[in-house]
Design a protein around this ligand. Sequence first.
Ligand SMILES: [Zn+2]
Length: 256
Amino acid sequence: MPAEKTLAIVIRTVPFGETSSVVTIYCREFGKLRALAKGAWRPKSSFDGGLDLLSISQVLVLRKSSGGLDLLTEASLERRFRVGRSYAAVLGGLHIAELLDVLTADADPHPELFDVAYATLRRLSAWRGDDAPVAGLLLRSDLAMLRLVGHAPETACCVECRGPLPATGRIAFGMLEGGVLCERCRSGRRAVVSLSAAAVATLRHVLEHPTATPPPDIPPGVAGEVRAMMSTYFAHLLGRPTRVAARLKPVRRRIS
Ligand SMILES: [Zn+2]
C-alpha cells in the first residue's frame, strides 16, 4: 500500500527504543492514528521538528490493513505550537490535544473536528496579551467539538420534557441527562449541579454562535462557573476527569 499524505496534529508522543517514537496524530483525512516513527530522535531524521507535541505537520503514513501500528515515514512541520507568555494558552493547547484523543475512536475521520482543533491551536499559539479571552476561546472549541461528536449539552429547554426554564435564578443541569432540567424534572435525579442563569445563557450563546469571532468575553465569575461545569461534564462523559481540566482555572483579568 502506498504512503498517504495528510495534514495532522501531533497529540501524543511516547519514546520507543533508543531513537524511535510512537506518536498519536489526529489527521484531517484519517482521524486518529497511532504510528511508529522510526529514528524520530536521530539527528537529521525525516521528521525534523514535525513530531513535536501540538505541531501541525504534513505527514506521510503507511496504513496497516490489520491491527498494529501504522508507520510514519515523514513529517514536515507546517506550524509549530509556540509557547508564548500565557500559561492558560499552553494549557488550552494541551486540553485540545487531550480532547482529540479521548473523544474519538481510532481511524474514524472527522474533518470538521480537525478544523475546530486546528483553528483553536493556531489562535492559542504564541498567545499575546491578557489571558482572560482564552476562556471564551476554549469554551467555544469545547462546545464545537462536543457538538461534532454528538454530545453537545442541551441549554435551551429542559432536556427531559422540552419545557421552558426560569429566566433568572439557579438552573439545574443534569450531568447524566446532558442538559438543563426544569424544576419538575430535576427532583430525585443524581449528578445534578446548579448553574446561574448567566452561566446557562453563556453556554447557550456559544452553542448558538459557534463561529462567532471574536469569542465571547465572559465575566470572570461566570467563566469560573462554566469551566467547572464543563470539567464535570467531561468527567461524566469520559468516566474520569481530563488530565488538564483541574489546571484550567480561569484567570482573573489584570487590572492595570
Ligand atoms: Zn422538564
